[in-house]
Design a protein around this ligand. Structure first.
Ligand SMILES: NC(=O)c1ccc[n+]([C@@H]2O[C@H](COP(=O)([O-])OP(=O)(O)OC[C@H]3O[C@@H](n4cnc5c(N)ncnc54)[C@H](O)[C@@H]3O)[C@@H](O)[C@H]2O)c1
Length: 268
């Protein structure tokens, strides 16, 4: 059922790689709710993934940009405004990658160049996007910007490794830039802390399946799916959430407030 919550709104969606991506589901839902947007990802993701299929379904244009390169972002914001016919109302940052996690390096044996790369891709890119949007004056008043996070920013999950630091930084950037953007343009900036979800990035974490099952048993409502996440993103881009900013919003079926469940006790 569609409510046309995003009718007339324009935006940029980062991070759709294939049909499992959280950004992919979000794009379909945003389209369904009346939003128009451009899709963006790195040149290699555009080559190896299936973004062009999504673009066809959503009648969206695809712009290549590496979110760690400011010149790419400047070009993206210029092109996006030309294509969409004006400033943007929403931005989704759905970007994450850690070479240390991918290559299963132990937390006591991290490669620091890779660590910095993970921070740049997964957290600093958010600041670069926000700063470029502000410098280009590319956001409409009462716009909404969302990045996707994970509860490892607050609690330790050993195999999440340096991505935990990246997510802590991401959430901190949302608060700091959220203050600035609220004052200057009434733009809100939030992170959504999503349940484990089977995607390319999710499956890259060692032991993901057990991790997913554990979270499922620990969440009174069960894990939030990619579809649920897309719905929450729509809500955050709609005018129904216009006074919510600088928040890390738990979207996890109750996981973050649960100490233990009957299901986990039953297994022990
Ligand atoms: N899947 C989960 O369990 C889960 C849970 C909570 C939060 N998240 C977060 O959701 C976001 C999306 O991940 P996903 O699970 O959909 O996986 P995904 O692998 O489908 O998406 C990650 C995206 O990041 C893009 N990316 C990597 N480097 C980039 C760069 N330099 N510039 C621009 N884009 C770049 C990739 O091309 C890919 O499209 C990530 O921030 C992830 O940490 C995922």
């Amino acid at each position: 059922m569609t409510h046309r919550l995003l009718h007339g709104k324009r935006g940029i969606i980062f991070g759709a790689l294939d049909e499992h991506s959280l950004a992919w589901r979000a794009a379909l839902k945003i389209k369904e709710e009346g939003g128009t947007f451009v899709l963006t990802n790195t040149p290699v993701a555009l080559r190896l993934g299936t973004v062009h299929q999504l673009a066809e379904t959503c009648q969206a244009q695809v712009i290549s940009a590496d979110a760690t390169i400011v010149e790419d972002l400047e070009n993206l914001f210029d092109q996006a405004q030309d294509i969409l016919g004006g400033k943007v109302d929403f931005i989704l940052h759905s970007i994450g990658m850690s070479p240390n996690v991918r290559k299963q390096r132990s937390y006591g044996d991290l490669n620091y160049e890779w660590f910095l790369k993970a921070m740049d891709i997964s957290a600093l890119s958010f600041h670069k996007i926000l700063q470029t949007a502000e410098k280009k004056d590319a956001m409409n008043e009462w716009g909404s910007i969302v990045a996707l996070s994970y509860i490892a920013a607050q609690r330790t999950f050993p195999d999440y490794s340096d991505m935990a630091q990246a997510k802590a930084m991401l959430e901190s950037i949302a608060r700091s830039y959220g203050y600035r953007f609220a004052k200057s343009k009434k733009v809100r900036v939030n992170t959504i802390s999503q349940s484990p979800t089977p995607t390319t990035a999710g499956n890259g974490v060692r032991g993901f399946e057990k991790f997913y099952t554990y979270a499922q048993h620990m969440s009174p409502l069960g894990n939030a799916s990619a579809e649920d996440c897309a719905n929450y993103i729509v809500l955050m881009f709609s005018d129904l959430s216009r006074m919510v900013t600088m928040q890390n919003l738990m979207h996890d079926g109750g996981f973050s407030s649960t100490g233990i469940t009957e299901e986990i006790l039953g297994i022990l």
